[in-house]
Write a protein that binds this ligand. Sequence first.
Ligand code: AMP
Length: 431
Amino acid sequence: MSFSNLGLSESLLKAISEQGYTTPTPVQKQAIPIILNGSDVLAGAQTGTGKTAGFTLPLLQKLSQMPESKGKPKVKALILTPTRELAAQVAQSVAIYGKHLSFKSTVIFGGVGINPQIATLRRGVDIVIATPGRLLDLVGQRAIDLSSVDTLILDEADRMLDMGFIHDIKKILAKLPKDRQNLLFSATFSNDIKRLADGLLRSPKHIEVARRNTSAETIAQKVYPVDCKRKKELLVQLIKEEEWKQVLVFTRTKHGANKLTEYLQNCMINAVAIHGNKSQGARTKALAQFKNGSMRVLVATDIAARGIDIDQLPHVVNFELPSVAEDYVHRIGRTGRAGNEGEAVSLVCVDEKMLLRGIERLIKKDIPKEILDDFIPDPSIKAEPIQKKRGQRGGSNGRSNNSKPRSKRSGDAHNASPHQNHRRNSSNHKK
Ligand code: AMP
C-alpha cells in the first residue's frame, strides 16, 4: 500500500514524498479514506503513530475540493490541541503537507502577545490550530469568527480533559455550526472521553491502531529499583556509562526538573529543563537545542513534554514515575516513534511501588527489573507517601487546573520481586 492508493491529490503526494515518507502508517491507512468520505472519526492513536498526517492530509484534500470563496479566507478547519508545543507542531505539519497548496493557516496559543494573532486573523485564514484558552479569549474579543468551520479536530483529547479544558471545549463547540465533520484523536479512553465523544460525534467510524492503554511494542522498557536519594547518581552513571547522547528525562514537578538539571550540569552533562514556568522563548530554544543534538539531556514535566516530536529519540527516563498511570504510556511514546526502536527506563524507589503496579496493570505486562550492584536499595527504608504538588497538572499554557486530584499514594515497603535480574554482581560494591 502506498500513499497514491489513498485518493490524495498530486500536490499532497509531492509534499509527502519530499518528507521521505513512502508507506502510510496504519493510522494513516485507516483514517485518510474515512475522513475523505466525510465521516466523523473516533481514533485511538498514540503519539508517534503518524496521526498528525493521518488527519492533516485528508483535511487539506477536502479543503482543496471545496468551491473557492471570494474575498478573505474564512476559518474552515479548527484543530484544538492541549499544549502550545503540540499546537506549534501540528501547525508545522499543516505547513509542510500543504506547501504546494495555497491555504492560509495560523497557530494560536497563550503566553505570547495576542495582537499579532488578532492581526493575522483579520487578514483571513483557512485553518486555525489552537489551544482552547487563548482561542476563547479571541472569541470573546470577537477577533475570530468560527461560524464557517466545516471540520473540527480534537487532538490528544484525553490530555485536554486531563488539563481541565472540558468547559472551554464546550464553549468553543457552542460557537461552531452544527453541520460539520468531527474528528477526535485520543491515546487513552476514559469515561470522560467516551462522554465527550458521545455528545460530539455522529455515527463515528472507530479507528484503533495500538491497543488502548498499552505501550508501543517497539519500546524496550526497564525498571531500575533504587533508593530515592540515589536516583541522581544512577542517572548520571547510566548517561555516562551507556554513553547516551540524547535523553528525555521526566520529573513529576517543575522544581524537581530544575534541581535535577542543576545536578546534571554540575556533573558536566549538558542539560536543560522545560516546563510551564519557562517562557515560550526559553522552551522553544531548549527544544531546538535538544533536537539538533547540542543539548544532551532535556528534563521535562509531563505537560511540557506533550507534543514534543523527535524522531528516533533513543532514550526516555522516568526519573520519577507519573502519578497517573496513563502518563507513563504518553511519556514512553516519546521513544520508538514511527516504528523506530527506543528504550524507556524508569528509576523506581520504594515510595513508587504502588505507582509501578498501577502502570503494569494498565499496560498489562510486568516491566523487567534490574538492580545494579552499586545501587541496591536499602531494605530498611520504608515507603513514604508521595506529595502531590499543587498545580502539578496545571498545564503548560498557563490555564487554571480544575482536574481532580488523581495521585495514588504508595504505602508498603519495597521488596525486590523474584524476577529481578541482578547485574554486575561483583563483591566490590561501591556505596
Ligand atoms: P505523529 O504521531 O503525528 O506525532 O507522528 C510521528 C512522526 O512520524 C512524525 O515525526 C512524522 O514526521 C513521522 N511520520 C508520519 N507519517 C509517516 C510515514 N508515513 N512514514 C514515516 N514517518 C512518518
